[in-house]
Design a protein around this ligand. Sequence first.
Ligand SMILES: NC(=O)c1ccc[n+]([C@@H]2O[C@H](COP(=O)([O-])OP(=O)(O)OC[C@H]3O[C@@H](n4cnc5c(N)ncnc54)[C@H](O)[C@@H]3O)[C@@H](O)[C@H]2O)c1
Length: 331
Amino acid sequence: MTVLVTGGAGYIGSHMVWELLDAGESVVVLDRLSTGFEWAVAPEAKLVVGDVADEDLVGSIIRDNKVDAIIHFAGSIVVPESVADPLAYYENNTSKTRTLIETAVREGVPHFIFSSTAAVYGGAGLEPVREDARLAPESPYGLSKLMSEWMLRDAGLAHDIRYTALRYFNVAGADPKGRTGQSTPGATHLIKVACETALGKRPFMQVFGTDYPTPDGTCMRDYIHVSDLAAAHRLALQRLRAGGPSLVANCGYSHGYSVLEVIESVRRAFGRDFEVKMGARRPGDAAAVVANSDLARAELGWTPQRDDLDQIVADALAWERILTGKNSARG
Ligand SMILES: NC(=O)c1ccc[n+]([C@@H]2O[C@H](COP(=O)([O-])OP(=O)(O)OC[C@H]3O[C@@H](n4cnc5c(N)ncnc54)[C@H](O)[C@@H]3O)[C@@H](O)[C@H]2O)c1
């Protein structure tokens, strides 16, 4: 049995590949390398460079490797980009996921795990959000993912395929062993941006809004360590293989940190100050987005191991230093 990881050369997918290999799984990665990197794929995994919508290619990967599960990370992930070019997001995230599901059904792959997002909920309140909260995506990105969830639901009712859709909150940190991390140039994730600023890769960073109805006035998010997220997928795979029913579950820690708390944590980890400019709110940012993760804990038996902002930041900063070395070695 082999697990097909789409997008396995990207940030989260490359951690998943290590998680699976560490658990003794056989892994094949399919990635078109649009934002991912060949070097990010663990050498023990087989990498096929191509598109998830290439049905012939995916079909032959499934048959040649006896794939029994697909973990589907491949997609486009930048929310403002999805507002500027919605059709590209519906194409890459929704249409191509439809084709991939169709190929999985045709080839008889029984298990499918899908990267969904907290963006399916739209503007959340200060309370942790449960899976049965109102679904109201505020961007084409969020809607492109919600439509994929719904296609999976309907395909699961009509065909012999069971799925788990995990709705990630703010994924952060890096492999504690330093094997992979967030490597996308110009990434907009707060912890990544703060680490880049601390290391002098950016002259300063900006805080967007200091007048939100939160304890210190800045936005609060639920930051989940990427290794805990990968572990949740491995447990979801185990559960599906054991015959568990389809599931949609949040992945977060059920508590949030403010932008200023994150910046303070990066300052502590770096041991020096860096320039932070306070600015106006950005359109579309909710005051707080925090998961209720009771369902993932109960259904998957998921117990996060790295629920500690300072550890997330330390791992992210360590990776940022490794990345600096890799980039300068490449010239
Ligand atoms: N990073 C987060 O905080 C976050 C939060 C919620 C959900 N997600 C979801 O998790 C998944 C992975 O995100 P990430 O942060 O690792 O992004 P990423 O950009 O690092 O990884 C995506 C990978 O998919 C590949 N890819 C894109 N389109 C493809 C296609 N059509 N065929 C083959 N390969 C393709 C890219 O080359 C890249 O390697 C995405 O689906 C994203 O929507 C991420």
